[in-house]
Write a protein that binds this ligand. Structure first.
Ligand code: COA
Length: 149
């Protein structure tokens, strides 16, 4: 039985454990910043039988929504969890606006995920990550799909 629901503070330890093994050049969160983001953003989780498989933090940037953290637990990846979670929350975001996110140029799994959901690359920030890699900017728009770069 799967559920998409809002984050509650009791989820924090589970989410800290979920992100720990995922840390790397393109996904690096300091513990304190991570804790703050969970509550300052609108955080949604995808839970199966009491275990959180995936979560997303969404910020209201005024002009657009922004996905700031997107992650699936290591042993639950490639089972459709994130696709299910993002499809669900993207359909419910009000007001309807563009969605922005940044992804490490070498994070091909995440890029395939976003492209499959209809995001298009709309920009590039060179030298954005600590390892010197670029961030690809992706945008999703329901009513005005943007051309691929
Ligand atoms: C990227 C990430 C969130 C994907 O989550 P997931 O739950 O495994 O993704 P899903 O199973 O829902 O996959 C949906 C689609 O994404 C793409 N995808 C996901 N993982 C992939 C991989 N390892 N290689 C290629 N494509 C992949 C596929 O198109 C997939 O559809 P398919 O299985 O029908 O081919 C996950 O790998 C993750 O948490 N990575 C570490 C943290 C991270 O990089 N976050 C994103 C930062 S921008």
């Amino acid at each position: 039985m799967s559920t998409v629901r809002r984050f509650v503070p009791a989820d924090e330890n589970q989410l800290q454990s979920l992100v720990q093994p995922l840390q790397g050049p393109g996904f690096s969160w300091d513990d304190l910043l991570f804790s703050a983001e969970l509550v300052q953003a609108q955080t949604w989780v995808y839970e199966v039988a009491g275990t959180i498989q995936s979560f997303v933090c969404i910020r209201d940037s005024g002009e657009a929504w922004e996905f700031t953290i997107v992650a699936t637990r290591q042993d639950g990846q490639r089972k459709g969890s994130m696709k299910a979670l993002l499809s669900s929350v993207m359909g419910g975001l009000e007001p309807r606006r563009h969605i922005w996110l940044e992804v490490h140029e070498q994070n091909l799994a995440a890029q395939a995920l976003y492209q499959g959901l209809g995001f298009r690359q709309t920009g590039l920030r060179g030298g954005y990550y600590r390892d010197g890699s670029a961030a690809l900017l992706y945008t999703w728009s329901e009513d005005k799909p943007l051309p691929s770069v």
